[in-house]
Design a protein around this ligand. Structure first.
Ligand code: GLC
Ligand code: GLC
Length: 642
C-alpha cells in the first residue's frame, strides 16, 4: 500500500465514494462535492501520507474519511449550504472593520441557552458580529476545567440546554448578523468520555485513542523534555490510574490527551467537528493547538505535525463544511503563534502578544516592547486576521520573546517577575488587583488572573482606572482584526473572589475573572457619571467610529515613532489619508512634538471626538489619553489635494 502512486490513491478514494450506495448520484449538490474533492483531495492525501504514510492502512483511512465527509455534506442543512456559497463569494467577510466579538460562559452570563437567547437584543445594541460561547458540552462535575473536559461533543450539558436549542440559537444569531463560535477541544477528552471509559476498561481499539503506558518508563522519558502546564493540579504530565497505568494529561488529571498518531483518532474527531459544523457553528476555536502532536525527545509543542493535523482538519472542512473557520489558540512564543495562521490552517488567531504587552506597557508606562511587537510581529498573510483581546477567560501569560526584550536591555525572566509582582499588587505603587495563577516556585513561572477593571485599578480605587480600561480596548480596536470583548468588561466588572468557595473552582484562580453577569452594572451603563457608564460610553464611541473608518479594517499596520517612550504610536494607512493612533500610557500628561508630527499636514482631526487638531503645535496627551487622528501626508501633494 505504501508505494501506491498518487493516481492510485485517488482511484481508491473515488472507488470508496462510488461504492457507498447511500451517497446517491447526480444532482448539483453531488457535483459541488465532487468539485471540492478534485480541489482538496491532493492536499488531504499529502497530509495523510506525511502523518500516517508509514502505516499499512493509511489509504483505507483516507478513503473512509472522504466517504464520511461526503455523508456529512449530504446531511448539511440547506441553510448552511447557502451560507457556504455566500462566504465563498465573500471570503474576506471576517476582515471587515465592523466585526466585533463577545465571549461568555452560558451559565454565568445567562444561566442557560434560553437565557442567552434573551440577550440577543443586547448583543444587537453592542453590534456584536461574533459570539463565542465557552464550552457547553457534557462534562464531568463539579470540575470540568470550565467545560474544557468534554464527555460528549454531541451533547449539550443538560444544565445549559439541548443540542436542538443550540442549533436554534445558532440560526437566530445568524439572522441577527452574529456568527456563533464554540470551542473544538480536540487535544483531549474528559476521562468520562465513552472513548476514555472503553480505554480504561481495556478495549484495545480505544486504548489506542490515548497515551497510556503500563509503567513509568515512557512517562519518565517524555517528561525529560515536556513542560508542566498545570503544576498546581499534578506535577509532570502523566497521571496514574487506579489500575496502575499512566495516562498523558497535559492539563488536568481528568483531561486525557488524544493520540493523533492513530488515524482513527483523526477520523473520529473530524466526525465530531463536522457534526458541530452542521449545527450551524460558524467558527471553531481550536483549543490548545500547540499540544496535539507528541514526539519523544521534544517539548511536544508546536511540532510540524501539529500543523499538518490542523491543515488536515481544515481540508476536511473545505470538503464538507466549506464556510467553517478556525481560530487558533496558541498562547506560546510569538514565532510559534504566527506559524498557525494561514488560510489553509487557522484563518484567525488570538493575539496573545499584543494582549500581554498592553498590560506590560500599563505597568511600566513604557511602550517600547509593544511598539516593537506591532512593527515587527503584527502584519499577517492575506486571508487571515487577528482576534485582539484585552483579556480572556484564561490567565495573562507574559509570552513576549526574550530576544525582543533583550534589545532594550530587558531581562525576560526578571521582567516577568516584576510584572507578576505588579499585577498581584506586591509592587510599591501598583494599582492592580490580580491573583497569581499556577505560581511555580521551582521554575519561577507564574501567570495572572483578574478582570480588566480590577487589573486596571477600579477595584483599588485608582482615579485612572476607567481611562486605563478604555486605553487597552482602544488598542484592541484600532490595530486591525476582530476585537473580542469578555462580556461584562464593557461595564467594568470586578473580580469575584467567591470562586474560593465554589466546588470545583477553588483551586483555579482563573475563576476570579469569570464572574456572574454583572446585572447592576449593566443597569447603569447609560449613566456616564458611573465608572460602568463611562466605560460603556467610551467603548460604544470607539466602536461607532471604527465602523465608519475603513482604514481600521484589515491587519496592515505601520509603525510610528513618537520620540516619547510613554506614548505608543502607529499608523493605519488608507487611500487618501492615514489614521495615526497615539496613546499615552503614563499617569501624567505627555508631549508629542511638532517636529515628530511634521510628516503630516497640520490639519488633523481626532476621529474619536471630532476635534480639529493642529499638528504644527505639537500635541499634549492627558494621562492615558488616546487619539485616532485622521491625517494627510505633509508636502506639496497634500497641499494641492486640500
Ligand atoms: C485552553 C483553554 C483553557 C483550558 C485548556 C485546556 O487553553 O483556554 O481554559 O484550561 O485549554 O483545555
Ligand atoms: C493554554 C496555554 C497555557 C495557558 C493554559 C490555560 O493552552 O498554552 O499557557 O496557561 O492553556 O490557562
Amino acid at each position: 500500500m505504501e508505494d501506491m502512486t498518487g493516481g492510485q490513491v485517488r482511484e481508491r478514494v473515488l472507488a470508496a465514494l462510488e461504492a457507498d450506495v447511500e451517497l446517491g448520484r447526480g444532482g448539483t449538490e453531488w457535483d459541488a462535492f465532487g468539485e471540492r474533492v478534485d480541489r482538496h483531495l491532493p492536499e488531504l492525501e499529502r497530509l495523510f501520507a506525511a502523518l500516517y504514510g508509514s502505516r499499512e492502512d493509511w489509504v483505507e483511512h483516507l478513503a473512509a474519511l472522504v466517504v464520511e465527509c461526503a455523508r456529512s455534506w449530504q446531511e448539511r442543512p440547506a441553510e448552511l449550504k447557502e451560507l457556504d456559497a455566500r462566504r465563498e463569494a465573500e471570503p474576506d467577510w471576517f476582515q471587515a472593520g465592523r466585526t466585533l466579538g463577545g465571549v461568555c460562559y452560558v451559565d454565568r452570563y445567562a444561566e442557560n441557552l434560553a437565557g442567552l437567547r434573551d440577550r440577543i437584543p443586547y448583543f444587537r445594541e453592542l453590534v456584536l458580529t461574533y459570539l463565542h460561547l465557552m464550552p457547553l458540552f457534557l462534562a464531568p462535575e463539579p470540575n470540568s476545567d470550565g467545560g474544557y473536559a468534554v464527555s460528549s461533543y454531541r451533547d449539550v450539558n443538560p444544565k445549559l440546554g439541548t443540542m436542538d436549542e443550540l442549533r436554534e440559537l445558532a440560526a437566530e444569531l445568524r439572522a441577527n448578523g452574529i456568527s456563533l463560535v464554540v470551542d473544538f477541544i480536540f487535544n483531549h477528552t474528559s476521562n468520562e468520555h465513552e472513548w476514555a471509559r472503553k480505554a480504561a476498561s481495556g478495549e484495545p481499539a480505544f486504548e489506542d485513542y490515548y497515551w497510556i503506558f503500563p509503567d513509568r518508563t515512557m512517562p519518565d522519558a517524555y517528561e525529560q523534555t515536556v513542560r508542566e502546564i498545570f503544576p498546581d493540579d499534578h506535577p509532570g504530565t502523566f497521571v496514574q490510574q487506579p489500575d496502575g497505568r499512566w495516562v498523558w494529561c497535559t492539563f488536568h488529571t481528568f483531561q486525557w490527551d488524544l493520540n493523533y498518531s492513530n488515524p482513527a483518532v483523526f477520523r473520529a474527531m473530524a466526525g465530531e467537528m463536522l457534526f458541530l459544523a452542521n449545527q450551524g457553528i460558524e467558527i471553531l476555536r481550536m483549543d490548545a493547538v500547540a499540544f496535539i502532536w507528541k514526539q519523544l525527545g521534544t517539548a511536544c509543542e508546536s511540532l510540524p505535525e501539529a500543523h499538518d493535523l490542523l491543515r488536515g482538519f481544515n481540508a476536511v472542512c473545505r470538503l464538507a463544511a466549506p464556510s467553517l473557520l478556525f481560530k487558533s489558540e496558541a498562547i506560546v512564543h510569538p514565532d510559534e503563534v504566527v506559524q498557525y495562521i494561514d488560510p489553509a490552517e487557522c484563518q484567525i488567531s488570538y493575539n496573545p502578544l499584543e494582549m500581554a504587552l498592553g498590560w506590560e506597557a500599563l505597568a511600566t508606562r513604557d511602550t517600547r516592547l509593544l511598539s516593537q511587537a506591532l512593527e515587527r510581529r503584527h502584519n499577517l498573510p492575506d486571508g487571515t486576521s487577528w482576534v485582539n483581546y484585552v483579556r480572556s477567560h484564561d490567565d495573562i501569560g507574559w509570552t513576549f520573546a526574550d530576544e525582543d526584550a533583550a534589545e532594550f536591555g530587558i531581562n525576560g525572566f526578571d521582567h516577568r517577575r516584576f510584572l507578576n509582582a505588579f499585577y498581584v499588587n506586591r509592587f510599591p505603587g501598583s494599582f492592580a488587583r490580580g491573583v497569581a495563577f499556577q505560581d511555580n516556585p521551582r521554575t519561577g513561572d507564574c501567570r495572572i488572573s483578574g478582570t480588566t477593571a480590577s487589573l486596571c485599578g477600579l477595584e483599588g480605587g485608582s482615579p485612572e482606572a476607567v481611562r486605563r480600561v478604555l486605553l487597552l480596548h482602544s488598542i484592541a480596536m484600532s490595530t486591525g482584526g476582530i476585537p473580542l470583548i469578555y462580556l461584562g468588561d464593557e461595564v467594568g466588572q470586578l473580580n469575584d473572589y467567591g470562586y474560593a468557595q465554589e466546588p470545583g473552582h477553588e483551586a483555579d484562580s482563573r475563576w476570579v475573572h469569570r464572574p456572574h453577569c454583572p446585572a447592576e452594572r449593566y443597569e447603569h451603563r447609560g449613566d456616564p457619571g458611573t465608572p460602568e457608564g463611562a466605560i460603556f460610553a467610551g467603548l460604544a464611541n470607539m466602536l461607532a467610529v471604527r465602523a465608519q473608518t475603513p482604514e481600521l479594517a484589515g491587519n496592515r499596520l505601520i509603525g510610528f515613532h513618537t520620540n516619547n517612550r510613554h506614548v505608543l504610536g502607529y499608523q493605519r494607512a488608507g487611500e487618501d489619508r492615514t489614521v495615526v493612533v497615539l496613546a499615552n500610557f503614563a499617569d501624567d500628561a505627555q508631549p508629542v512634538t511638532a517636529a515628530t508630527l511634521s510628516g503630516f499636514a497640520g490639519d488633523a482631526v481626532d476621529l474619536l471626538t471630532g476635534r480639529a487638531v493642529a499638528l504644527g503645535d505639537g500635541l499634549a496627551l492627558a494621562p492615558h489619553e488616546f487619539v485616532w487622528l485622521a491625517a494627510r501626508p505633509a508636502g506639496p501633494d497634500a497641499a494641492a489635494a486640500s
